[in-house]
Write a protein that binds this ligand. Structure first.
Ligand code: PXP
Length: 241
């Protein structure tokens, strides 16, 4: 099973100051050294975190799967066909949301999705739909022409106890349905070091796409070293004086 690491939140920290650091491209390189099988970025319409320049550089340096999450808009489709990521995951996008809040509304977006899949496939890019864990959404994804689905694990992640078990069963059923339909099945959103195991155990799952929790942990495990390096620099500068 592959792990795709989403580096959007490295860019979120950079954009807080609109400076050059931390660079999501450097983060991607380090994530790959750590074993990431893929790198994911979401280029949002409002460019709140990942910038066009990040995507361009990532395409140049990422030797593993580069997965571009995007809305099915003309602007994004033309960027994708120019940059040529290894995979496009189509997600719903609302300006006011903090993060992707749910799976695609496949019925409402039917024609738009069909056009997007056609244009991306003609450019040689496979397409995945980010969908809620629902059997009928898997069937509709197949009918529209997606090559893969990513099952939304956000409700599972937010639920507790019995409700969480129910959500897990829905995810399992959706993945099994995808497999029967000949669709590759991934899962992601809200997965953490605490809730990932039952999802990672699901049979037939191609991969997991995880961002926030990994970047959050990276911040914490790196703080001691970062402070030590700054103190060392301060001490060295005094010796030089
Ligand atoms: N998959 C999709 C489709 C997403 O939109 C996101 C969030 O950008 C993720 C996975 C990763 O979610 P998280 O950051 O909660 O791990």
């Amino acid at each position: 099973m592959i792990l795709g690491v989403n580096v959007d939140h490295v860019a979120t920290v950079r954009q807080a100051r609109k400076t050059f650091e931390p660079d999501p491209v450097m983060a991607a390189t380090l994530a790959i050294l750590g074993g990431a099988d893929g790198i994911t970025v979401h280029l949002r319409e409002d460019r709140r975190h990942i910038q066009d320049r990040d995507l361009q550089l990532l395409r140049e340096i990422v030797p593993v799967e580069l997965n571009l999450e995007m809305a099915a808009t003309d602007e994004m489709i033309s960027i994708a066909t120019r940059i040529r990521p290894d995979l496009v995951t189509i997600v719903p996008e609302k300006r006011e949301e903090l993060t992707t809040e749910g799976g695609l509304d496949l019925d409402a977006m039917d024609q738009r999705l069909r056009d997007a899949v056609k244009r991306l496939n003609v450019a040689g890019i496979p397409v995945s739909f980010f969908i809620n864990p629902s059997i009928s959404d898997v069937d509709i994804s197949k009918d529209i022409g997606a090559q893969m689905v990513e099952i939304h694990t956000g409700h599972y992640a937010n639920a507790r106890g019995e409700k969480q078990q129910e959500e897990l069963q829905k995810i399992k059923a959706a993945i099994e349905r995808a497999r029967l339909n000949g669709l590759k099945a991934n899962a992601g959103h809200g997965l953490t070091y605490y809730n990932v195991k039952p999802i990672a155990r699901i049979e037939g799952l191609r991969g997991l796409y995880i961002g926030h929790s990994i970047i959050s942990r990276a911040v914490l495990v790196g703080i001691e070293r970062a402070v030590r390096e700054m103190k060392e620099l301060m001490i060295k500068s005094q010796i030089q004086l």
